[in-house]
Design a protein around this ligand. Sequence first.
Ligand SMILES: NC(=O)c1ccc[n+]([C@@H]2O[C@H](COP(=O)([O-])OP(=O)(O)OC[C@H]3O[C@@H](n4cnc5c(N)ncnc54)[C@H](O)[C@@H]3O)[C@@H](O)[C@H]2O)c1
Length: 275
Amino acid sequence: MTDRGPGRLSGKSVIVTGAGGVRGGISIGKAIALLFAQEGARVAIVDRDLEKAELTRLEIEENGGEAIAIMGDVSADDDCRAATARVATAFGGIDVLVNNVGISKRGALEAFDEEAWSHVINVNLKGALLMFRHSLPHMMSAGGGATVNIASIVALLSNGGGLFAYGPSKAALLALTRDIAVRYGKDGIRANAIVPGFLYSPMVNQLAGGALDEEVRERRRKVSPLGIEGDGWDVARAALFLASEDARYITGVCLPVDGGASVVSPLTAVEMVTG
Ligand SMILES: NC(=O)c1ccc[n+]([C@@H]2O[C@H](COP(=O)([O-])OP(=O)(O)OC[C@H]3O[C@@H](n4cnc5c(N)ncnc54)[C@H](O)[C@@H]3O)[C@@H](O)[C@H]2O)c1
């Protein structure tokens, strides 16, 4: 592979799943794809929605970067095999995998819905493993690689179970990250996770029924010591660090990007919100 010039990911071949562009703010995956391309990576956007993936590809190309858009469902083994094979052929290998796809469904714990449970677990957890398993041979032949898994603050702190299977899927994703880190460290493959906090993003807007109202947004700001709202770019900058050589000695960790929300004791959090 030739070097595309200066940049923290120059010459690297990267897959970002779920990096399709959506309306109503910058999604995490799209921010990662744009930033990585800006840092010299060739970026493959794998999304079940090809139209959205093409939007991100176009934006990268308009900014002088290199990208391909691939339609694929990360919970389907055949799609993951085909997507990784296409990336390896187009870019000459795979160096970095960002497992960003994540879905959630509203539902109470007692209203067990087997189909919804399996769907969320299959996409959020199995999807990350399938994408990794098919990227692995390419990372091996490159002499190493990096995986960044996008989890959630609900992997560490409960949201009361209101998002069906979401917390369990993300907590298990942290365990999977550690397993990959330990098993493949000797092969030069690193695996780390990011735990985004209460971000303002299209996914959150959609869960709120179209747009998060200002009062809710203010409450979300108040639960973090920094008192500000995060967005996709905050996660993208952390992902860039973990994917790059700057993190060559870091593997198996979970990095919260949450304004400090996950280090506040419950009593203090109440005081912070109520003033
Ligand atoms: N937004 C937040 O506040 C927040 C907080 C914590 C964690 N996260 C996590 O960050 C990640 C990205 O969140 P976001 O808000 O940018 O998401 P988003 O909903 O804006 O985008 C998700 C993308 O994934 C694609 N997708 C969904 N299912 C797919 C599948 N089976 N195969 C391939 N593509 C699929 C969608 O088409 C979409 O383009 C998720 O893993 C989410 O759980 C988000």
